[in-house]
Ligand binder design. Sequence first.
Ligand code: NDP
Length: 248
Amino acid sequence: MGLLDGKVAIITGASRGIGKAIAETFIAQGATVAFTYLSSDEKAKALEVELTQNGGTAKGFKSNASDFDAAQKLADDVLETFGKIDILVNNAGITQDNLLMRMTEQQWDDVMNTNLKSAFNLTKAVLRPMLKARKGSIINMSSVVGVSGNAGQANYSASKAGMIGFTKSIAQELGSRDIRCNAIAPGFIETEMTAALDPAVVQGWRDNIPMKRGGTPEDVANVTVFLASDLSAYVTGQTINVCGGMLT
Ligand code: NDP
């Protein structure tokens, strides 16, 4: 018996990193997984094989989360393929860091569109089937820097703070229909990307975290399972920090 048996989930940006761990954990908990990616065709194909090899049901969709019409088409395709949508995880995200003095309009727009507008696009797209079912769980991947701010990440922090405001508003609008909306704010999560950084710098980050380690993608995935499942049936409008105590 899995915590997500019989549920259909859309996870955006799952070709690698945290999204991939969420897809793997959801499959292990019995969900049917529709995951998206932007350009990593090979990684997506490999993940689809991995997720389905032990009898799981999963399909990868190449879909740009920042494109409104593409999000609608994705929801239509997932409904046609799997019949319903119970869970949406707005995970796709990018960084384009720069001090504000040097930040270009393009860097601002790209980050806002991929991180924040995408949540609007996808949430709008799944609304109809969730309203019809009078049930649903929407999970938005924010960040601790959306709560605290971060020098050099004005665009990213603003997009992640925006996700928290969006989450609270959707929770208030849709709570009466049993559609829940929560955010997760990961701290420093160690992925392939951080493995390429200077080990001394990374160790410095770890030393500043109360739990003295970076998080794993699985640490975030497990909290996502909780919010997606009926274990969190009375939790909505909340932001859960998954940060080893960094933000306390
Ligand atoms: P990665 O860079 O490892 O992966 C990003 C994923 O998003 C990829 O699958 C990528 O697809 C996909 N993606 C990017 N742009 C789009 C788009 N326009 N449409 C659809 N998919 C897209 O990210 P992480 O796993 O590190 O982060 C996942 C989320 O968690 C992000 O929202 C991030 O901001 C947030 N987060 C991460 C933290 C960390 O320490 N890693 C900390 C706090 C928050 P493709 O491979 O095809 O490009």
